[in-house]
Design a protein around this ligand. Structure first.
Ligand code: PLP
Length: 373
């Protein structure tokens, strides 16, 4: 049995009629940018999140970068980011000229640890930028409380958390604004790069509508130094077709996560995900930890089971950040997790039998370890 880590074909097979109709609608409209499909998607996505506005942009990285630009964050400013996460979050900060200030994760949830937040805040801090990693929100109640006390802006990185809840409220409406990615592998994925900002701040939303389009809303009248960062009509139409299916697809992921929990608890030295009582994750990834990661990954590969590592090198040790001078040991938790994490297959189109097969192969691996020990 072959178990791919990700396969986009079954999604098309399930939604062929809707996606084909979306394609034809755009082709026949004659409009390819900044028109009706985008406007409708923005309204529908904002509603689904519980935010007042959604502003479609080209991708998740630029969504966050544009918010920082809109806020005037730049050289001399600091933005707090998770030490354990994806480099895009840091790049958004670096690209506006500000300095990413990493904070270590809560070792249970892998998300930015609110208990370590206060110590990282300085007079230069402008924004706190937590990621809702692997589909589970950060502890936004604690983070928002600290931000409010210090007058700081909270920007969520909601790229992995479409539909995830924190105390009943959706990712994307938990801070002052959120950057969202619709990269094809995300829980809500377009068929190319796409992204958005959600916010309930009228002024910020208006400024973002300029900034994504050369700083202009009225053609050839440029109010700001903007980017070209637009979400195309075609991708907006595809996203409109997929959005109504998001809750059901997330529910399928949750079912598979349940299967992993049942079958993997107590197996070998595995550390399974922790879900706090207030969190309702959407299982963008199912991430386990083991000291035997490389051997386990090789064993699963030999059984045709795809896995991935999110992420093998923490941002602070990436060559791209060599200029900043962080040394190994600077963020020990991020470094430890980078050595131990392994993402197992989980997606709305994995049949439960495939997940059972993965669990069997993992059991087999650890049984083999015991014998050789
Ligand atoms: C995917 C992702 C991004 C970047 O989104 P793009 O649309 O690929 O630019 C940012 N942050 C996190 C946590 C992501 O998973």
């Amino acid at each position: 049995m072959k178990v791919p880590i990700l396969d986009l074909k079954p999604a098309y097979a399930e939604l062929r009629a809707e996606l084909d109709a979306a394609y034809h609608r755009v082709m026949e409209s004659g409009w390819v940018l900044l028109a009706k499909e985008l406007e409708s998607f923005e309204a529908e996505y904002a509603t689904s999140v519980g935010a007042k506005h959604c502003v479609g942009v080209a991708n998740g990285l630029e969504a966050m970068q544009l918010v920082l630009m809109a806020l005037g964050v730049g050289p001399g400013d600091e933005v707090i980011v998770p030490s354990h996460g994806y480099i895009a979050t840091w790049l958004a900060v670096t690209h506006v000229g500000a300095k990413p200030v990493p904070v270590e994760p809560d070792p249970q949830t892998y998300n930015l640890d609110p208990n370590r937040l206060a110590a990282a805040i300085t007079p230069r801090t402008k924004v706190i930028l937590p990621i809702h990693l692997y589909g589970q929100t950060a502890d936004m109640e604690a983070i928002n409380a600290i931000a409010a006390a210090r007058g700081l802006f909270v920007l969520e990185d909601a790229a992995q958390s479409h539909g995830a809840l924190c105390r009943g409220r959706a990712a994307g409406a938990l801070g002052h604004a959120a950057g969202v990615s619709f990269y094809p592998s995300k829980n809500l994925g377009a068929l190319a790069d796409a992204g958005a900002v959600t916010t309930s701040d009228d002024q910020l939303a208006d400024k973002l509508r300029h900034l994504r389009n050369y700083g202009s809303k009225v053609r050839y009248h440029h109010e700001y130094l903007g980017l070209n960062s637009r979400l195309s009509e075609l991708q907006a139409a595809f996203l409109r077709a997929k959005l109504p299916h998001l809750p059901a697809w997330n529910a399928r992921r949750a079912l598979l996560a349940g299967r992993y929990f049942t079958q993997l608890r107590g197996v070998g030295d595995l550390v399974l995900p922790t879900v706090p009582a207030w969190a309702a994750p959407v299982w963008h990834l199912f991430v386990i930890r083991t000291a035997h990661r490389e051997a386990l990954q090789a064993h699963l590969a030999s059984r045709d089971i795809g896995t991935q590592i999110h992420y093998p090198i923490p941002p602070h040790l990436s060559s791209a950040y060599a200029f900043a001078g962080w040394k190994p040991g600077a963020f020990p938790l991020a470094e430890k997790f980078a050595h131990e994490v392994l993402s197992l297959p989980i997606g709305p189109h994995h049949p439960p039998a495939q997940i059972d097969h993965v669990c069997l192969a993992i059991g087999e691996f650890f049984a083999g370890l015991r014998q050789t020990a």
